[in-house]
Design a protein around this ligand. Structure first.
Ligand code: FAD
Length: 409
């Protein structure tokens, strides 16, 4: 086989899924992840459409079901916490709704995938690539830890701000498309998150303030939840490493608002898993440069608000590994086949994410907010043929090939 050794940057979702399959096809796989260990907590993600088949073939569905978030649906509430419109997970089939039937914390999924691969795959936690130079026969990589190694192939599965993409394709600005808002998430204490309903409180723009939503995501652990804040805004200038400054931005943006917001904000100072980022899409024309290729959010993030990113990463990993195995490691054949199979899925997902925008979370007017709530209320009464089909069609774009005969482990 050509090109047996593969370095994957990123142990999120796409990286370990690719590692699982490449290992089964007989490749030597190393995964480098800059977090010191698999993380805990964080947001929930969805496994939809074809990605359900990938999860099944990877043998992780029982573990995914066991770690289910317990999510039963999303409820839009008023400031007295009365539910004004609800969307149960059962309304849209297994894959079509805002919360899919297979919903799991991103970190739980990453942990399950790590556990499925740690025998046979080399993991380097707490490290990162700093330089990658490729020539005709391989890629020389230098790590932050000071070591240098040579690999046959390099995969960037390191998220929206991929280091591999920056090194091999150029600066982020060329590839990030702005979607006009910020999202913030952090673990909090709350008594409202125990029954599996995700609660969302939306305020329309007015009095010089933009449209915005605060939310509480359920957790199985009693007394805890995940606080979410969504804010329409022009790009803000702030130090990406200064978490306290980012906490102040969120606190200022929601200061004086009602519902549970004062309680949620009162815990922001203690949040150790605080997340704040601009909502962006990653648009890259060709996902490979020589021996280097991009996977998942690094190459084609649709939007963190779209609910399809995890499925893109899972399907992308399965297809990339299968094509590398089918081409016996010849990346000049495998990378174009991977792109050929994934491009329609990525284009549809990104178009869907742009079209659905912020999903009514940041309305400009009170009328828009009323219309959103009305729409949500009638959805359960519409014929199933009309509801959730957009997302289902997107999530089912790829017809998975069967590479099973190529696996020898
Ligand atoms: C706030 C938020 C909410 C979301 N909600 C949903 C949802 O409801 N449903 C859904 O399906 N998807 C959701 N997503 C998207 C989903 O999390 C991603 O699409 C999915 O995780 C992509 O997987 P990935 O493996 O490509 O990247 P990631 O999961 O982002 O993994 C990238 C990994 O690379 C590591 N890394 C980064 N840089 C380096 C480096 N230089 N060296 C080594 N390692 C590095 C990171 O630590 C991380 O572990 C959400 C995303 C966010 C941010």
């Amino acid at each position: 086989m050509k090109n047996r050794s593969v370095l994957i940057s990123g142990a999120g979702i796409g990286g370990p899924t690719l590692a699982y399959w490449l290992h089964r096809y007989g490749f030597d796989v190393t995964v480098v992840e800059w977090a010191p260990a698999p993380r805990t907590g964080g947001h929930a993600v969805d496994i939809r459409g074809t990605a359900r088949d990938v999860a099944a073939r990877t043998g992780i569905v029982p573990a995914v079901r066991a770690a289910h978030t317990g999510a039963r649906g999303m409820a839009f509430v008023d400031q007295d916490n009365r539910r004004v419109a609800t969307l149960g997970t059962d309304v849209f089939g297994d894959s079509g709704g805002p919360v899919a039937e297979l919903a799991i914390l991103r970190t739980d999924l990453a942990r399950i995938l790590h556990e499925a691969t740690r025998d046979g795959v080399e993991y380097l936690f707490g490290d990162s690539i700093v330089t990658a130079e490729q020539d005709d026969t391989g890629v020389d990589v230098r790590f932050e830890s000071g070591t240098s190694r040579r690999f046959d192939l390099l995969v960037g599965a390191d998220g929206v701000r991929s280091t591999v993409r920056r090194l091999a394709f150029g600066p982020d600005e060329r590839y990030l498309r702005d979607l006009g808002c910020y999202v913030s998430l952090y673990s909090t204490t709350t008594t409202l998150a125990h029954d599996g309903w995700q609660l969302m409180y939306t305020m329309p723009a007015g009095d010089g303030r933009p449209g915005r939503t605060a939310g509480i995501y359920p957790r199985t652990e009693p007394g805890t939840g995940l606080a979410g804040f969504f804010l329409r805004s022009a790009p803000l200038r702030y130090d990406r490493r200064d978490v306290d400054e980012q906490k102040r931005i969120v606190t200022r943006a929601f200061a004086g608002d009602g519902w549970e917001i004062p309680q949620l904000l009162s815990t922001i100072g203690d949040a150790s898993d605080f997340y704040f980022d601009r909502v962006q899409q990653v648009q890259v024309d060709g996902w490979s440069r020589g021996r280097t290729v991009l996977l998942g959010d690094a190459g084609y993030c649709a939007s963190p608000l779209s609910g399809i990113g995890t499925s893109l990463a899972l399907v992308g990993a399965y297809v990339l590994a299968g094509e590398l195995a089918a081409a016996e490691g010849d990346h000049t054949r495998a990378y174009p086949s991977y792109a050929h199979q994934m491009r329609p899925f990525v284009d549809r997902a990104q178009e869907f994410a742009r079209r659905s925008g912020d999903n009514g979370l940041m309305p400009d007017t009170r009328a828009q907010l009323r219309m959103r709530n009305l729409t949500v209320r009638v959805l359960p009464y519409l014929p199933r043929a009309l509801v959730g089909r957009g997302m289902e069609r997107v999530a089912g774009t790829v017809e998975l090939q069967d590479y099973a005969a190529l696996a020898h482990r």
